[in-house]
Design a binder for this molecule. Structure first.
Ligand code: PRX
Length: 635
């Protein structure tokens, strides 16, 4: 074996021990032997969590696209890098080889340069799951521009906030997108957003749905004619190891979304290494991750991790339910997918439809199944194992975060045994631990606590764009000298971790992180709303759904409460996106508050979940009488 490819449980134990006892030499060897560098580093890692300052491979120079593309050309030039599977099953799939992808990235990079984009500039990418999305990401990396991909389901306001926060001067977008039987007017959303983004001077528009859109003179251009004219070769910019590669926004428990900054060398090494081992990828495998590149899962495990390993990676434009619930399995059969990586919410939605949609499709190519994004419940785990994997495919339940860049706690197929609902063991290099509320480490097994990481790893985010203090306060202040994940976890009798969920005000709905504060802000914009509080309640497909308790202004004269519910959800869709809509909205005369005026969310959470008997201590409430009213009127 090499440390790069772990093939047995004994290997894992040896590699893990090495990675902890001597992290510097461990990562140094991995980096040296498996990647292309223009210049070697002076120091493998330097770190100080109190600042926090984290540097990996300082002094090294490289370009990540040379590692993802150029170095494969000789051996794998004709190998398929990307398989594009369109939304409409009648439209032929596209196979893009490493050589073609390299050329497309170079052309795109030259277009970016011709429009004045240079190293360090931020470029916003608001493109659906079509090849141009992957190509534009890589084109930015080619010339050292920092990409900020915004999921193409976010609203105009959410897009504008992200464009302005990191001062993007360019937006790459599309005339529109196909999603199931719908088309979405993406360019219209961009136009609306850009009314509030004075810094954007250039918009490149890919053509996908052939809709009749308007280009704004002097700002907007069709992408394809520019690509056709551009030179097919573009030298890769020399990047320092710690130069930013991208910014990706994630919700926080308060305030605006956080622009997590990932840098070049450490992120590359970590995503490539985790990809290879977590999916046990072999040269001729076809790998498919169903996430969107607009989320970290797509960045790390559709684009960078697979391509750095010379893999074939599927990019799917559509949704699991179109034209019917067998679409995933049709695609698995069609492309003979070997590794399949999806979210528990998708598994639950498919399981609900029964086994018939899986049966009749040849899924025998599958070797490894993965899940990510939220805890997977026992029932969904077994359905995945039995109906999809036919009990022959190990399931890797991978725990990680936008902030961690890559997979942190996971089983390894055929190597670290799976245990339903458990992410299991820490990946090499990851020093996971549990701490109590005082920040003391809880040793031993059969314990639970807050999940922290004690030592840096190469893939971790380095800061929040424009707000380093917030980075420190959110992740490094609660528990001295440790990275705090925001998750609770337990460790079983033999050391396996099970993630129990967020311990802050972030709610995960269908695998998407949502902060309660921005949703409440959106609701409070309604003219008749005095205040609101959002909590989670269990949902059989989405994992969690949102329950809003809303107090209307005394002056409000309401006849149609349903209409207000609709208006509130419209406001949320406009400010954030449809993913943040509330399933239930209960109007209350007041919200339960402490004497200091803080909303007692703990009580609302219990009521929303139907636990109305043991509400815990309510003696500190200013208005205990309102609790009974809320229970009576619970939806
Ligand atoms: O609560 C954990 C949950 O998702 C959060 C991170 O969300 P995000 O940054 O959007 O990244 C999602 C994709 C990596 C975590 O703090 N989470 C993620 N994976 C799992 C999980 N919860 C339980 N089990 C998992 N496998």
């Amino acid at each position: 074996m090499s440390d790069y490819h772990i093939t047995s449980f004994d290997d894992y134990k040896k590699v893990y021990t090495k990675s902890i006892s001597n992290p510097e030499s461990f990562w140094e060897t991995l980096a040296e032997e498996n990647f292309l560098w223009r210049k070697k580093w002076n120091k493998v890692v330097s770190w100080d969590f109190s600042k926090p300052e984290i540097k990996w491979f300082e002094g090294a120079q490289l370009n990540i696209t040379e590692n993802c593309l150029d170095r494969h050309l000789e051996q794998r030039g004709n190998k398929t890098a990307l398989i594009f599977e369109p939304n409409n099953p009648d439209e032929p799939a596209k196979h893009i080889s490493y050589r073609e992808l390299h050329e497309q990235v170079c052309r795109f990079a030259n277009v970016l340069k011709s429009r004045g984009i240079k190293k360090g500039d931020r470029v916003c990418i608001y493109v659906p799951m079509i090849p141009e999305l992957a190509v534009s990401v890589l084109a930015c990396a080619r010339i050292g521009a920092v990409h900020s991909v915004v999921f193409a389901g976010f609203s105009a306001n959410a897009l504008a906030m992200r464009i302005n926060d990191c001062d993007c001067s360019m937006v790459i977008t599309c005339d529109g997108s196909f999603r199931g039987n719908k088309t979405i007017d993406l360019k219209g959303i961009v136009d609306e957003a850009l009314q509030n983004c004075p810094g954007v001077t250039s918009v490149l528009v890919a053509k996908r749905i052939n809709s009749d859109i308007k280009l704004k003179e002097g700002r907007d251009e069709w992408l394809q004619p520019l690509l056709d004219k551009a030179a097919p070769v573009c030298p890769a910019e020399t990047m320092e190891a710690e130069d930013p590669l991208f910014i990706l926004y994630t919700s926080g428990s308060t305030g605006k979304p956080k622009g997590m900054v990932h840098t070049t060398a450490g992120y590359m090494v970590y995503t490539a290494y985790t990809f290879k081992n977590v999916f046990q990828y072999s040269e001729n495998d076809v790998y498919w991750c169903t996430a969107d590149i607009g989320w970290i899962t797509g960045h790390s495990y559709i684009v960078y991790g697979p391509l750095a390993n010379g893999a074939t990676t599927v990019l799917f434009e559509g949704v699991p339910s179109y034209p019917d619930f067998s679409r995933f399995w049709q695609i698995v059969a069609k492309h003979k997918v070997n590794q399949f990586y999806t979210a528990p919410t998708a598994i639950r939605a498919l399981a609900k439809q029964g086994v018939a949609f899986v049966e009749g499709h040849d899924v025998s190519s599958l070797k490894v199944l993965g899940t990510v994004g939220e805890p997977i419940n026992d029932e969904a785990w077994h359905w995945y194992d039995e109906t999809v994997g036919k009990k022959k495919c190990p399931i890797v339940d991978t725990w990680w975060q936008t902030e961690t860049g890559g997979i942190m706690i996971t089983s390894l197929p055929g190597i670290i045994p799976s245990k339903p609902t458990f992410a299991t063991l820490a990946f090499p290099g990851i020093q996971a631990c549990l701490v109590n509320e005082e920040g003391e480490e809880i040793k031993g097994n059969n314990v639970d606590g807050r999940l922290c990481i004690k030592f840096p790893w190469p893939g971790m985010a380095r800061t929040i764009w424009g707000d380093h203090q917030r980075f420190k306060d959110t992740y490094f202040t609660a528990f001295n000298d440790k990275y705090f994940t925001g998750d609770g976890a337990l460790r079983d009798a033999i050391g396996n971790y099970r993630i129990t969920g967020r311990v802050d005000d972030v709610i995960i709905v269908s695998g998407h992180n949502l902060g309660t504060a921005p949703i409440e802000d959106a609701i409070n914009e309604h003219l008749n709303v005095a205040e609101s509080a959002i909590v989670a309640f269990p949902h059989d497909i989405k994992g969690n759904a949102l329950y809003g308790f809303v107090t209307l202004k005394e002056s409000a004269e309401i006849e149609d409460f349903e209409a207000i519910r609709g208006e509130i959800n419209q406001l949320i869709s406009k400010q954030i996106g449809a993913i943040a809509k509330l399933d239930k909205i209960q109007f209350t005369s007041e919200l339960p508050k402490t004497r200091s005026g803080k909303i007692m969310r703990r009580i609302l959470r219990k009521i929303a979940c139907g636990e109305t008997e043991n509400l815990g201590d309510t003696s500190t409430l200013l208005n205990p009488e309102v609790v009974e009213e809320i229970i009576q009127q619970r939806l």
